[in-house]
Design a protein around this ligand. Structure first.
Ligand code: ADP
Length: 501
């Protein structure tokens, strides 16, 4: 036991026992090397605690546990309805522990508590329940060929799946990956991001109680370059699913080639939000705000590039600025009125500040923010919501992903220009467009190069609808029925029924 748990009191007064170990075979254990990583509260820059960090040797042990559990019929060959029941039970336990999970998420990540509680934990339970329901609805096909032959397909789990998740939605990203992998009978080694190691460890405490056999779900913390890379390169891992930056996604793709792993990648974006002059401007303003300022702007599909048609440009900019200043209340994430907490780490805080300087030196017009927000306690990684206008296509702030409460606005003349400029990016995750003209809406939606298009909304994601990107925003889809494809093989069986040959 000893140092595998630490008693903590969160800033909202909640006392709880925080696990610190690596979760392997349904038990918490120390890392072989004894190495740890430190987790910091981004609101006051104080260390919360340290947790054990996996090295290559720990990764080997976790993968071996997942392999053993995959070979064991108690999971893979479990009646699919019973497998669904285990996932339902897991969702129920998460629901029962939602306040503590939300507390840890907010403390470690900085997102407002009410967002953690209602959005993130809500997303976790709805995702796990959604895939619990799919467990006994995964079918192959019988394919009609000739009377002398029976051909059918079996949908089989892939095997041991490594899942590497980011820090912006730690619990929700864990659920997006665990749900489809587990309902289809795979076993998992999941690695959390080193910036936010705490909430998934608490989630791990619910795994055994839910009834998952040992080794089915293993949860590690550790640095990307060590534990993450060890998973991506592992010869006994069948699949790697990753959410994070495009640069790291490319690294993982290379490493996954060692044994030709199945891959799903969800990476970066610079998603456009296009406002036509016939749009309902009120709606456009509200969604444009959510589209970039939600979650401190730390959303891969954030609509961070706003394109507005000339005739309504000035009006949109004025109304958008007013709405942002009024709504994006920056403050203590444990206070109910806070819309925006701190950036997750000092590194992200510095990154956003550096882009602010870039925007100024590139000659864009800064109309809001552009500096740290110091009024919370004088400490913490808070940034004032930042808006640049008169941004042109060659500027770095127009082309590169910033990942903060930072938005650029530019104007366009025609529909053709809007589409061309929306697509003038190496990314292709989301795109939003605002118009009251139904024909134009669907025409533009078709022409936009993105995995997801929102008409008259932004970032309106739903567990039942596929999520993912094209171009350098990723490969494969998560969520919805499409999310199951990422975790199953189709095995074809040919049965000779006659006396052919
Ligand atoms: P960011 O740059 O925003 O921190 P990353 O893409 O680097 O995002 O990180 C997302 C996840 O990928 C984290 O869990 C991190 O530990 C992991 N990671 C980072 N670098 C590597 C790597 N070289 N190999 C495998 N995983 C990595």
């Amino acid at each position: 036991m000893s140092d595998l748990f630490v008693e903590l009191t969160a800033p909202n007064g909640r006392k709880y026992s925080q696990p610190r170990g690596l979760f392997i075979n349904n038990e918490f254990v120390a890392s072989k090397s004894g190495e740890t990583i430190s987790s910091v509260n981004p609101a006051d820059e104080e260390e919360i605690c340290t947790v054990y960090a996996a090295g290559a040797e720990d990764v080997d042990i976790a993968v071996a546990a997942a392999r053993k559990a995959f070979k064991d019929p108690s999971w893979r060959d479990l009646d699919s309805t019973v497998r669904g029941d285990v996932l339902y039970k897991f969702a129920q336990l998460i629901e029962e522990n939602k306040e503590i999970l939300a507390t840890i998420e907010t403390w470690d990540n900085g997102k407002p508590y009410l967002v953690s509680l209602n959005d993130d934990i809500g997303e976790v339970t709805s995702t796990i329940k959604y895939y619990a329901g799919y467990a006994n609805k995964i079918h192959g096909q019988v394919i009609n060929t000739s009377p002398a032959k029976l051909a059918y397909t079996l949908r089989e789990p892939l095997g041991v799946c490594a899942q590497i998740i980011p820090w912006n939605f730690p619990l929700a990203m864990a659920a997006w990956k665990l749900g489809p992998a587990l309902c289809t009978g795979n076993t998992v080694v999941l690695k959390a991001a080193e910036q936010t190691p705490l909430s998934v460890l608490y989630l791990a405490t619910l795994i055994k109680e839910a009834g998952f056999p040992p080794g089915v779900v293993n949860i590690l913390n550790g640095e990307g370059r060590k534990a993450g890379a060890a998973l991506a390169q592992h010869m006994d891992v069948d699949k790697i699913a990753f959410t994070g930056s495009t640069v790291t996604g490319k690294e993982i793709m290379k490493m996954a080639a060692v044994n030709m792993k199945n891959i799903t990648l969800e990476t970066g974006g610079k998603s456009p939000l296009v406002v036509f002059d016939d749009a309902d401007l009120d709606q456009a303003v509200k969604w444009a705000h959510i589209g970039i300022m939600y979650n401190q702007g730390q959303v891969c599909s954030a609509t961070s590039r706003i394109l507005v048609q000339e005739a309504v440009y000035d009006k949109f900019v004025a109304e958008f600025k007013d709405h942002v200043l009024e709504t994006s209340v920056v403050g203590d994430p444990f206070k109910d009125e806070s819309y925006q907490g701190p950036q997750v780490t000092k590194a992200q805080f510095e990154r956003v500040k550096a882009y602010i300087e870039t925007g100024k030196s590139e000659g864009a017009t800064l109309i809001a923010g552009g500096e740290p927000h110091k009024n919370v306690s004088g400490k913490g990684f808070f940034i004032a919501p930042t808006i640049f206008t008169d941004v042109t296509d060659h500027m770095q702030i127009y082309r590169e992903e910033v990942f903060g409460p930072f938005v650029v606005i530019s104007s366009f003349k025609t529909e053709e220009e809007a589409v061309e400029r929306a697509n003038d990016t190496s990314y292709g995750l989301g795109a939003a467009l605002f118009t009251e003209n139904i024909t134009k809406a669907h025409r533009v939606a078709r022409h936009i190069e993105a995995g997801m298009v929102w008409i008259n909304s932004s970032n309106d994601s739903d567990v039942r609808v596929p999520f993912g990107g094209v171009k350098q925003s990723g490969i494969g889809r998560e969520l919805g029925e499409a999310g199951l494809e990422a975790y199953t093989n189709q095995k074809a069986v040919h049965v000779n029924l006659g006396t052919r040959l």
